[in-house]
Write a protein that binds this ligand. Structure first.
Ligand code: N01
Length: 551
C-alpha cells in the first residue's frame, strides 16, 4: 500500500508505506532491497547526504575493514554482485567499502527510495491504526505498518566531557564524523585521545605527517598485525568459483567467517614451546585469521588467556625501543575481552621522534585551554585534537531515536535499567518495530553485512506471517524477553568478556547500564531464531488487523 495524498494537518503523515527504514548503511540498504523483493513499499531516511552509514561517516586516515576482511565483508544475497565486484585488498580501505555500497545502491536502484539529509527526530506507534508515524527534523511526517531500525551499533559518538574541551580553539575532529574535505596534519602539533580501533588505525597515519603527535591513552590495547595485502586475480577467481561453499561455511561459522571452528584444544594442552610457535606463526601471518586459529579457550580460561597476553606484551617490548613507553603500551586486561584490533605499524609508531605517549592513568588530563591540553605533568601545546573516543555503542543509537511505543512509553523509559528485547530484534510494548544489530543480537560479534541479511530475512518471514494470517501487529511477551536476557547473560558469563570494562559492556559511557548485551552464541543464534519462526513465532503476541468503521 502506498499513498501520497496531502494531509490537511501539518503533523499528520503525508506519505504512507508498508515499512519505514531508518538508516542507509549496510543494514538499511539490504532491508530496502529485501522488502522490495517481498513486494512491499518502503522508504529509507538517513541524516547523512549519501549512503554508507558508518562507512559514510568514518573517513579518518587509516580507516579500513579490520573484521573478516575482503572479499568476505560483503553481501551474499546476489551471486552476480559477488562475481562482478573486484576487491583490491584483504583489509579494504574505507573509500573502497563505500564504492562497493554505492555500486550496490546503483545496481539495485535503491536511491529512489532513500531520503538523505533527513534526520528522523520522532517515531510513535499508533495503537488504533497499528502503524508507526515518524517525524523528520523539517516537520515532514510519514507512516508505515513496520518500523525497521537500521540505526547502527556504532554510530552515536562518545564525546569526552573534559574540563575546558569546548574552549579548545584549534581544529577538533571525532573519528566517527570525519570531515569530507581533506584534513592536513602537515606541520601541526596533534593530540589524539583514544587507542581503540579508530585510534590505532589513525595514529600511524597522523604521525607520518604531523610535526608532533601526542597520544593520550587511557587503556593500553592488544593489537595484532593486520597483514593487509593486495588481492590477486587468482585469489578472487578462487573465491568466485567456490562462492556457494564459502557462503555455507560463513553461515555455519560462529562469527560469520569462511573458516572452520577454532582448534578444539586448550592453550594449556600444548607445551610453552608449541604455544609460542603457534602464536609466532599467527602473528607473522596477521589478519583476523589470527583469532580464528587460536586455541578454543582463550576467551574463557584465565590461564590460557594469560599465555596469549604474555606473548603480545613480549612483542610490544621487542618492537618498542623505549622500555618505559613499552611498559605504558602493555595492556593488563584479558586479551580479546576488549574488541581485538588489527593495526599497520601501531607499536612501531612510538619509535618515531615526533610521537609521545601520555598514560592518563599516571598523568591524567586536568583541562584543555584554547591552545593546549594540560595534564598533571604539565602543558602540551597543540594545534589539533582528534577524538578517537568511540561510541555509545549497541544501544546508543536506538536510545537517540527514542521511539514511543504503546501508551506513549518511550524507549528511554523502557530501557532505563536494561535493554529489554527478544531475539535482539523486537521489544515488548513496541509492536511492529524491528532492530537490526540491536542489543541481544550477535551484532558486533558477527560479520555485519551477513548478520544484517540474516536478521532481515527473519524479519521478512515475520511480516509474511502477519500477512498470511491477517494480523495487524506483533510484539514479544514479557516472559520471552526475560528468557532471552537470561540466555544472553548465561552465555556471556561463561566467558571472560563481562569482566573487562569495554564498549561491549557499556562501561565506556558514564551512567550506562553495565552489562554484556550481545548474544555470544555465534551460529546458534540463527538456529534459535529459525526455531522461533518454525514454531509459529513462539514468544510473540499478535493482534488481528483492527478494521476501521469505514472498511
Ligand atoms: O572506539 P573504542 P573506536 N578520556 O571505544 C578512549 C569498530 N571499528 O572508535 O578503553 C580518555 O574502541 C577509550 O579508553 P578506554 C570496532 O568494532 C571498526 O576505536 O575506554 N580516553 C578507548 O581507548 C571498534 O571496536 C573499524 O579506557 C577515552 C578509545 O577512547 C569499535 O568500532 C574501525 C575517553 C575508544 O575506543 C569502536 O572503536 C574502527 C576519555 N574520556 C572502529 N573516552 C573497522 O573495521 C574514551 N576514551 C574499519
Amino acid at each position: 500500500m502506498t499513498s501520497e495524498q496531502q494531509s490537511p494537518h501539518s503533523h499528520e503523515p503525508t506519505h504512507h508505506y508498508d515499512a519505514i527504514i531508518i538508516g542507509a548503511g549496510v543494514s538499511g540498504l539490504y532491508a530496502l532491497h529485501h522488502l522490495r523483493e517481498m513486494g512491499l513499499t518502503a522508504r529509507v531516511f538517513d541524516g547523512a547526504s549519501d549512503i554508507g552509514g558508518t562507512w559514510w561517516y568514518n573517513r579518518y586516515p587509516g580507516a579500513r575493514v579490520d573484521g573478516p576482511g575482503s572479499p568476505f565483508y560483503c553481501y551474499t544475497f546476489s551471486d552476480e554482485l559477488m562475481q562482478e565486484w573486484d576487491w583490491a585488498e584483504t583489509q579494504s580501505k574505507q573509500s573502497d567499502v563505500l564504492k562497493y555500497l554505492e555500486h550496490v545502491a546503483d545496481k539495485f536502484d535503491l536511491r529512489r527510495d532513500i531520503q538523505f539529509d533527513t534526520w528522523v527526530q520522532d517515531a510513535r506507534y499508533d495503537e488504533v491504526a497499528q502503524r508507526w508515524t515518524i517525524e523528520t527534523r523539517s516537520g515532514e511526517c510519514a507512516s508505515a505498518q513496520y518500523l525497521i531500525c537500521a540505526v547502527g551499533a556504532l554510530s552515536k559518538a562518545n564525546r569526552p566531557n573534559i574540563a575546558g574541551i569546548n574552549d579548545f580553539a584549534g581544529e577538533c575532529y571525532h573519528t566517527g564524523s570525519w570531515p569530507h574535505d581533506p584534513v592536513s596534519f602537515e606541520g601541526k602539533r596533534v593530540a589524539v585521545i583514544g587507542t581503540g580501533s579508530s585510534g590505532v588505525q589513525s595514529i600511524p597515519e597522523i604521525a607520518k605527517e604531523a610535526s608532533h603527535l601526542t597520544v593520550l591513552q587511557r587503556t593500553a590495547q592488544f593489537t595484532f598485525p593486520a597483514g593487509n595485502r593486495p588481492l590477486t586475480d587468482d585469489d578472487l577467481d578462487d573465491v568466485r568459483s567456490n562462492w556457494d561453499a564459502l557462503i555455507e561455511k560463513m553461515r555455519a561459522h560462529g562469527g560469520g567467517f569462511p573458516a572452520g571452528p577454532n582448534p578444539s584444544r586448550s592453550a594449556l594442552d600444548d607445551t610453552p614451546e608449541e604455544r609460542e610457535a603457534l602464536y609466532e606463526s599467527l602473528w607473522e601471518q596477521g589478519s583476523f585469521q589470527i583469532f580464528l586459529k587460536l586455541y578454543s579457550d582463550i576467551a574463557v580460561n584465565e590461564e590460557s588467556n594469560k599465555t596469549l597476553s604474555d606473548f603480545v606484551r613480549k612483542k610490544i617490548s621487542e618492537i618498542v625501543d623505549d622500555a618505559e613507553t613499552a611498559r605504558k603500551l602493555s595492556p593488563d586486561h584479558f586479551v580479546m575481552t576488549k574488541r581485538p584490533i588489527l593495526d599497520a605499524g601501531y607499536f612501531e609508531t612510538y619509535n618515531r621522534d615526533n610521537v609521545d605517549l601520555i598514560d592518563l592513568r599516571d598523568d591524567a588530563i586536568v583541562r584543555f585551554t584554547p591552545t593546549s591540553v594540560i595534564t598533571e605533568s604539565g602543558e602540551h601545546p597543540i594545534d589539533m585534537l582528534v577524538l578517537a573516543t568511540g561510541y555509545d555503542a549497541i544501544s546508543g543509537s536506538m536510545l537517540r531515536l527514542n521511539p514511543k511505543g504503546r501508551g506513549g512509553v518511550s524507549l528511554k523509559e523502557r530501557w532505563d535499567e536494561r535493554y529489554h528485547n527478544y531475539l535482539g530484534m523486537t521489544i515488548g510494548g513496541f509492536p511492529n518495530l524491528f532492530m537490526i544489530h540491536g542489543p541481544g543480537s550477535p551484532g558486533v560479534f558477527y560479520n555485519m553485512p551477513l548478520g544484517a541479511e540474516r536478521q532481515m530475512d527473519w524479519i521478512g518471514k515475520c511480516m509474511d506471517h502477519l500477512r498470511e494470517k491477517e494480523l495487524g501487529s506483533v510484539e514479544p511477551v514479557a516472559d520471552s524477553e526475560q528468557a532471552w536476557f537470561d540466555e544472553v547473560t548465561t552465555i556471556a558469563n561463561f566467558t571472560l568478556f563481562p569482566r573487562t570494562d569495554s564498549w561491549w559492556t557499556g562501561a565506556n559511557v558514564e551512567g550506562k547500564p553495565r552489562y554484556f548485551s550481545a548474544y555470544l552464541g555465534g551460529a546458534m543464534y540463527y538456529d534459535r531464531i529459525a526455531d522461533v519462526a518454525a514454531n509459529d513465532f513462539a514468544g510473540f503476541v499478535f493482534e488481528p488487523v483492527q478494521r476501521s468503521d469505514a472498511e
